[in-house]
Design a protein around this ligand. Sequence first.
Ligand code: BGC
Length: 417
Amino acid sequence: MRMVAVLAVAALLGAAGCGSGGDPEPPPPRTVEVFTWWAEGGEKAGLDALVARFAADCPGQRFENGAVAGGAGVNAKRELTRRIARKDPPDTFQAHAGAELTEYIDAGQVQDLTAYYDAWGLRAALPAGLVDDLTVNGKIYSVPANIHRANVIWANPAVLARAGLPSTPPKDLPAFLDDLAALRAAGVEAPLAVGRDWTQLMLLEAVLISDLGASGFAGLFTGETDWAGAAVTRAVADFTRLLSFGNPDRDSLDWPQAERLLIDGKAGYQLMGDWEAADLTAKGFPGYAWFTFPGNGTTFQWLADAFTMATGTLNMAGTECWLKTVGSAAGQHDFNAAKGSIPARTDVPSAGLSAYQQSAMADWRSGTPVPSCAHGSACSQPWQNAINAALTAYTTRRDPRALQADLALAADQFIRR
Ligand code: BGC
């Protein structure tokens, strides 16, 4: 009922914005503040493409950029919390689909968008599994713009060639460790580029997928797999072996700085989500190679960027139009072509997308999906924060048993049973 009223009001506002009803002076454009952490490289290119579509689709509305830089939203999420607390939310903000959104929903900080799903045909256009993941107690609170894949290794083929290695994937995790050792022996001191906490969590998750399998991994976030068990002990040992091939200053690098090590030939590999594809191209390095993290098989670790309507927005019609653009086939095509991810909608043609994206689209259709904790589809924000803190502590303590104990403690504390 409430949403029906909201839609009616928004329609009226939209009509007023067109200057109808004989009014000679069209009202000034209204502003939609869009809050993201997309501030440079491929991320900014993606945002710009969406904004161009919004300008065409939403006359009378003006985009205001509320971006706060920092990979995976480390700074943006903190700033958002401050703004919401002082009752100054942006009109719409980026948030990951899945568990991470529940914090905002529970606190009443985002509006119910279920009626728009029906009005805009989104239920039919999005994969049923994604719609299920987005649904909380029968309601949906965000519109997904894309699907990103987290468990990808990006490689610099020229560096690999120095050690006589091909750019093709090592067959499993032990073979990958052998390749890292071969690179080091060939003079590449830190062959695996690693960045700060959340990028280490991505690496740990990829190792957990290799060592526990897709369902064992997924069970870590539902309570079915024991974080204190022997399989996780093995994975932590593999993870620490991998870190020993990384750059020692990892905690002080955001992902683009770790990526720079790859571009400059100081590292051979980096594990990163597929925003890296567009970013490497944007930074003049289109000759990258990629493969799924060794041992992950056909597991597709997914995450999705979604947009919300903040509670308290003063520009309902404009925010509604932004969300409609985000969910539209044309919006998803243009945005994803620039961002490196693939459309969340299943009806967007792949023409015009990169070779990497074509392969990701095929893998998304055929692979086994598992969610990501580093990017909010698997775990809540406090849980993610606790794991990130444990990883940072590992850098100084270098104690794998303490790391596993911290991981198990975080799960006990934050799992929703
Ligand atoms: C977001 C991506 C973004 C990446 C790096 C992820 O959490 O989902 O859109 O490119 O962080 O900033």
